[in-house]
Design a protein around this ligand. Structure first.
Ligand SMILES: [Fe+2]
Ligand SMILES: [Fe+2]
Length: 225
């Protein structure tokens, strides 16, 4: 299966653009944002767990990264409420579940083999730092030669400089509406901008976004299981 699998192309998925697709596990549905592969895939998805649903035990052959969008995600290691950012490196394993239901944004099979840091961050209690322009604040989540991940908060009316994306940029809008000269992206929108693309972003109403940069240079190669 291939969805938005040409990483040299810009891709945008808004909340109503794709339907929920049942996973092999009852009560676990997903919206596929990009995907190369079948059940074991290099995949970026929004996954919804119904109350009392679970997923079978699995090992992360290519690593797993997720942020909890609502509800509480759980596994045998802990309970992760909305706003929790988790990285489970290559070789980690767990049996996920949700007692009351949850929705997560998850990226599978995208870890550089040298990126071995396991981490859990409660982004709702973490302190954001001032960004490069007034009105912008940044919570850096992860830095590795293969990628940088942050949450960025935009106060209403914030405008950023025109910039080029070395290694590409991927954004999930968590709150509010993110904008650039191409379009408006309401909460729940996902956009992927290729290596060396350029834009001038802003936000009239303010927003909170998840941003990953630098990871789309050679992402067209399917990960192996
Ligand atoms: Fe997992
Ligand atoms: Fe950008």
């Amino acid at each position: 299966m291939e969805i938005n699998s040409d990483f040299s192309q810009r891709a945008v998925v808004r909340p109503g653009d794709v339907d929920w697709v049942p996973s092999p596990m009852a009560g676990v549905d997903r919206k596929m944002l990009d995907r190369i592969g079948d059940e074991v895939a290099r995949a970026t998805s929004i996954v919804r767990y119904a109350p009392k649903s679970y997923f079978s035990e699995h090992e992360h052959g290519g690593g797993e990264e997720f942020i909890v969008l609502d509800g509480v995600f759980s596994d045998e290691h802990g309970d992760y409420p909305a706003g929790t950012y988790v990285r489970n490196p290559i070789g980690s394993r767990h049996t996920p579940r949700s007692d009351d239901g949850c929705t997560i944004f998850v990226k599978l099979h995208q870890f550089d083999p040298t990126d071995t840091e396991q981490m859990v961050v409660d982004t709702r209690s973490a302190e954001f730092q001032p960004g490069l322009v007034p009105g912008l604040s940044v919570l850096s989540l992860h830095s590795h030669p293969s990628e940088n991940v942050a949450l960025v908060r935009w106060e209403p009316g914030t405008r950023f400089n025109t910039h080029r994306h070395w290694g590409g940029e991927e954004i999930l809008v968590l709150e509010g509406t993110f904008q650039d000269e191409h379009a408006d992206y309401p909460a729940g929108s996902w956009l992927r901008s290729p290596h060396m693309s350029e834009h001038t972003p802003f936000s009239e109403e303010g927003c909170l976004i998840y941003v990953k940069t630098g990871h789309l240079m050679d992402a067209s190669a399917p990960a192996t299981a």
